[in-house]
Design a protein around this ligand. Sequence first.
Ligand SMILES: [Zn+2]
Ligand SMILES: [Zn+2]
Length: 283
Amino acid sequence: MPPVTDYPHNIHPSRATRSREDSPWLAFCQRLVRDVMDFALPSACLGCENDLHPLLEGRGGSQTPLRLCRQCRSLLKRHGPVRCRHCARPVAHTPSPSRTCSPCSRSNSALDDLLTCFDYREPFDQVIRAFKFGGFRVLAKPLAREIWDLHAERLNQADVFVPVPSHWKRQLGRGFNPPYEIARHLGRLSQKPVRQPLQRLAGPPQSKVALDQRRRNARRAFVWRNRRGPGRGWSLEGASRVLLIDDVTTTRATLESCARLLKRHGAQRVTAACLGWTPPPDP
Ligand SMILES: [Zn+2]
Ligand SMILES: [Zn+2]
């Protein structure tokens, strides 16, 4: 694959991690500040809101990386590997050779695979809401780690990571794009490039739109990003296996729309990775 040169939209992981590797003192100081802050400022579990403090259960024993107490963390059930590759619904122990559930067996989905981590319900939904809307950008790293721990092998099969984009106004208000933050950390873990060839157009966020409207909205919500000048559109530069990253999926409409666009521009295979998965209604 050709070298990645489109910084800052293409962040190559080796470049992103270099400063910390070159400066163990910086890493040490960052860790020290974080430990002191954790010790000095009591925080609350994002699930049950009980106090979390190192003194309550011994140093470092009171909370898990997702800022949940141990009891709330134990409520999170990681998704197993035997799931439909289109909708992530659990399938029987002997899935069809194509690993699809029966409603999806006739699907013409542009998504080749859907990897998920947790059901989007309490207390995981509170972690995601804190990350997306509560300013807890710091959760990006442990959330990315959850995807990595479950799906590292599949992630390593991708050539490039592409986050689902936010509209620039929402990104400005929030200060960051949640899927991009996840992608950035996954890029470091897997040493894969992160690219942002997709652009989101103005429109209501999917979470505020009725379920049956989301597919229609998503179809018009994304375009391929263009640079200035003729013939200067973004390209996947030969990267044929794309990992599309989002925080939560409910109808898959957003992922489908992005996957179609990626395939129209050269992707051969699009796998989506999402942290939260909303179970679909029974067929
Ligand atoms: Zn709790
Ligand atoms: Zn299915």
